[in-house]
Design a protein around this ligand. Structure first.
Ligand code: F0G
Length: 359
């Protein structure tokens, strides 16, 4: 079947009408990859799947929400959109605004967004404004300005973003022909966890799935307001995408975790980097650090015995889907920093063979 983007595929579930002008870059329909090598670590107890959202048009899951947010904004006569961003939202907003011929203004924390994301927002022609502050400061500004001026806020506070992003949950169920037992994902501003929970819940209501997955959300240790139970003034983590101290959809994130009988946990930067390298080296999948937190979280819970009691009454492995939210090329600096550098040699066969271990 020809893929025409998430709005056309799931339009009955989305807030669009015949009249909505559809702005799409053919986002969605991302692969659900079986993590055969990492699954070996779990000794048959867990079957791990990876939803590779880095393969969306701007290389993150934000495109699912942005196609709906920008299309609906255009349908309501908007001329401009604005967002605060740790990078991916700005890249996606800039691209979809370009496609929809809208003005786009993005507010980013100065010096704290990954190179690939900055290059996208700039090249797509957004007005990129760096704030001497963090993401939370930028979001406050964006909320204030868009409440006073005719500019549509396209952060995940905008319900159209949630509507679009919930389609990833539909895709997972459509491919598995059931729901997973667990779903693991990073939590930053908490829009995506809200969206997935909404997606699964709607699919259950419609009778498309029988059971709801347990939702496992992960925050970086230095940026874990939900886990700590209070906003973090100066959040820190190498996973810059989720360096957020006061998530806009905090309440919804807690509800998703509690109502699904899942949890929200914190993971150290070291554990994130270990999982980041493991995904690249053992599965051939390149993600940005924030996305690797899903795998790091599952490994941590597995080691703690979290899944032990949960699989005892079944012989088949439990199905866990990890959401890989953004592509590794978004943040090339960290990939290079975490790797050994190329060996420099004279252009001689002997020298190549020696380095390659054949001599
Ligand atoms: N993973 C990546 C790669 C992200 O860019 C984000 C959020 C998340 C996970 C967390 O999703 O905020 O819905 O809980 N990035 C936002 C941005 C904040 O501005 O690009 P969330």
């Amino acid at each position: 079947m020809k893929w025409e983007g998430v709005i056309k595929h799931y339009r009955n579930y989305l807030p669009v009408t015949e009249k909505t002008p559809i702005v799409t870059l053919l986002e969605g329909n991302t692969p659900l990859i079986s993590a055969n090598n990492i699954s070996k670590e779990f000794k048959g107890k867990i079957k791990l799947y990876l939803k590779y959202e880095g393969l969306n048009p701007t290389a993150s899951f934000k495109d699912r929400g942005m196609t709906v947010a920008v299309s609906c904004a255009l349908g309501r006569g908007a001329k401009a959109v604005m967002c605060a961003s740790t990078g991916n939202t700005s890249a996606s907003a800039a691209a979809y605004a370009a496609a929809g011929e809208l003005k786009c203004i993005v507010l980013i924390p100065k010096g704290a967004i990954a190179l690939g994301k900055l290059s996208q927002a700039l090249l797509h022609g957004a007005k990129v404004i760096a704030i001497e502050g963090n993401f939370d400061d930028a979001l406050e500004l964006a909320k204030g300005i868009t409440s006073k001026y005719p500019i549509t806020l396209v952060n995940s506070l905008n319900p159209d973003r949630i509507e679009g992003q919930k389609t990833a949950a539909f895709e997972i169920c459509d491919i598995l022909e059931t729901s997973p037992n667990y779903q693991a994902m990073p939590v930053g501003n908490a829009g995506n966890i809200t969206a997935y929970w909404k997606g699964y819940s709607e699919y259950k209501e419609k009778g498309k799935i029988k059971n709801l997955p347990k939702i496992l959300g992960f925050q970086a240790s230095g940026s874990a307001p939900i886990v700590e139970g209070h906003p973090i003034k100066n959040p820190q983590t190498i996973a810059t995408a989720i360096r957020i101290g006061n998530p806009a959809r905090w309440k919804e994130a807690v509800e998703a975790a509690e109502n699904s009988n899942g949890l929200i946990e914190k993971i150290s930067d070291e554990e994130i980097l270990t999982a980041y390298k493991m995904l690249a080296k053992r599965e051939g999948i390149f993600v940005e650090p924030a996305s690797a937190i899903s795998i790091a979280g599952i490994i941590k819970l597995y080691k703690r015995g979290y899944f032990d009691s949960r699989s005892s009454n079944s012989h088949s492995p439990i199905k866990i889907v990890c959401i890989l939210t953004g592509h590794g090329l978004k943040d090339p600096d960290i990939a290079i920093k975490e790797s050994s550098q190329p060996v420099v040699i004279p252009p001689k066969e002997e020298a190549v063979l020696e380095v390659a271990g054949y001599k």
